[in-house]
Design a protein around this ligand. Structure first.
Ligand SMILES: [Zn+2]
Ligand SMILES: [Zn+2]
Length: 131
């Protein structure tokens, strides 16, 4: 996995910026129905970071509860989807598209591939042999 320890990023309008310190965990794609609805895209890239290392350096995300135990955060000004956070979780799951250093976050799997449109072609670049 990536050796880099500090990641930065932000939303489309630039009002929200963050810094994530710590090793990224399990970059992956997801095509579950909730991710598709929430982003409008047939596939979304996600990566976990330790919640303790995340700092909002500018602005504050707005939260919406999308399951009984999960909230998703977005920019209240431009609507960019920023993260998903389970109640009581130690990690926060950020969308890869908002991260500045996304080249080093290589997706390893594709969750809910069967929910994606049949025409979608997604290569999983970090897939381990036999996985
Ligand atoms: Zn924004
Ligand atoms: Zn999903």
């Amino acid at each position: 996995m990536a050796k880099r320890k500090v990641f930065t990023g932000g939303c489309l309008c630039g009002n929200i910026r963050f810094r994530a310190d710590g090793a990224p965990i399990w970059p992956h794609f997801c095509s579950c129905t909730m991710c598709q609805k929430w982003t409008g895209a047939p596939v979304v890239g996600w990566v976990d970071f330790p919640l303790s290392g995340l700092t909002w350096t500018q602005g504050a995300p707005k939260l919406v509860r999308t399951t009984p135990k999960t909230q998703r955060g977005f920019c209240p000004d431009c609507g960019s989807g920023l993260f998903a956070l389970d109640d009581g979780a130690e990690n926060i799951c950020l969308t890869i598209g908002i991260i500045d250093q996304k080249n080093s976050l290589v997706p390893e799997s594709h969750s809910y591939r069967g929910k994606a449109p049949k025409w979608l072609c997604v290569e999983v670049p970090g897939k381990k042999p036999g996985a």
